[in-house]
Design a protein around this ligand. Structure first.
Ligand code: PMP
Length: 389
């Protein structure tokens, strides 16, 4: 039967990693991969994570099954970090552990499919390339609209308003909670207020993807839009990832939270989430969530994690400032947040930047600001200029 399969294209970012490794030039700069990098170009295991792993190694006395909900203490301990200390909607909130933010998105998509299969998912483009395929895999219709103009680096807010206004009651709006991937362009507070009004007026359901909390302006600031919209709406889904803010990428640490209209509906949502988890992965991998739980249960480790995350955030924003200082027309980069900015360029230019200058970024023009040092700013700007960008 397998001869019937059609080959699929390989992940272009993985090819980029290989090409960078094979490049022997000393001044090469890797802005391609999608993970945090420190000043030495490494993606280290965070100090609090190492300490928590050590603690688990010494104290964990069983690896018996936990169940489809995963580690519920982990899910509970994350709650105040994401939603604040005592939000009014807390009695209507339920969460389960998932394999990464990707697992949370897929589980949320399947929950929507189970509850309202005719719901459309509104997705602003460009977005993380896996968003549309995940919703499609759950057999939901995805309706794309233009979110950003890369030439002006501005949100196309008219297009956002138009898309939300044309949606039907029960349709789902996918929103990046902070640190938009791939553009780094987040809505302003006024725009979030406007979106909240439209979501309420048209009875839409926000599905917030919060994969980079703490890597934009800080944990509290990055959660503010999510909290604001949740205060205003009846129902919502939140896909959370600890893979970036705890540096746990390959451990696959995420959670799906669902906010129901009344607290009576929580049981239904919870049992459906558990049943859907059961047929997808049975139960999520434990180790990463156990690390996060251990960190959050311990005041000292928590403080250590917060401090290191703040350092990471500062480093990325320092690189943004260095690029903006090196070229006035790149000033927008210092106003954007998270790991990524997306320059407006053709694939030919991205290829030339690699071939002629050893500067690696995605063909789409997406660059990872954590991949550079502040001292690289001049070389990056000179290469962009040489290629007419
Ligand atoms: N959402 C966005 C916007 C992302 O960028 C990513 C990861 N690149 C994810 C979700 C998925 O994260 P995870 O690795 O935890 O599955």
């Amino acid at each position: 039967m397998f001869e019937e399969l059609k080959s699929r294209p390989a992940d272009s970012l993985l090819a980029l990693i290989k090409a960078f490794q094979a490049d022997e030039r000393s001044g090469k700069i890797d802005l391609g991969v999608g993970v945090y990098r420190d000043g030495m170009g490494r993606t280290p295991v965070m100090r609090a994570v190492k300490a928590a792993e050590q603690f688990l190694l010494e104290t964990q006395d069983s690896k018996k099954y936990l169940g489809p909900e995963g580690d519920l203490q982990y899910v509970r301990l994350l709650q105040p970090i994401i939603f604040g200390k005592a939000p009014s909607f807390a009695p209507r909130l339920v969460g389960i552990q998932t394999p990464g933010g990707s697992g949370a998105l897929r589980l949320g998509a399947e929950l929507i499919q189970a509850a309202n299969p005719s719901a459309k998912v509104l997705l602003g483009k460009p977005s993380w390339p896996n968003h549309a395929p995940i919703f499609g895999a759950a057999r939901l219709a995805v309706k794309e609209y233009a979110f950003v103009d890369l030439v002006s680096q501005q949100v196309k807010f008219d297009s956002v308003i138009e898309a939300l206004s044309a949606a039907s009651a029960g349709d789902v709006v996918l929103l990046h909670g902070c640190c938009h991937n791939p553009t780094g362009i987040d809505f302003t507070e006024e725009q979030w207020l406007e979106i909240t009004k439209l979501v309420v007026a048209h009875k839409l359901v926000p599905f917030i993807d919060l994969a980079y909390q703490g890597l934009g302006d800080g944990l509290e600031q990055d959660a503010a839009p999510t909290r604001m919209i949740l205060e205003a709406v009846d129902e919502a889904l939140i896909a959370y990832s600890c893979d970036k803010n705890f540096g746990l990428y390959r451990e696959r640490v995420g959670a799906l939270y669902v906010m129901t209209r009344t607290s009576d509906e929580i049981g239904k949502a919870e049992s459906n989430m558990a049943a859907l988890a059961r047929v997808n992965w049975s139960m999520p991998p434990d180790h990463g969530a156990a690390i996060v739980r251990t960190v959050l249960e311990n005041t000292e480790l928590s403080a250590m994690w917060r401090a290191e995350l703040a350092e990471m955030c500062e480093r990325v924003n320092g690189n943004r400032a260095a690029l903006a200082a090196a070229a006035p027309d790149l000033a927008f980069i210092s106003r954007q947040r998270g790991l990524f900015s997306n320059l407006s360029m053709s694939k030919d230019i991205a290829v030339a930047l690699r071939a002629r200058h050893g500067i690696y970024m995605a063909d789409s023009g997406r660059m990872n600001l954590a991949g550079m040092q502040p001292a690289d700013a001049g070389a990056i700007v000179a290469a962009l200029r040489a290629e007419g960008c």
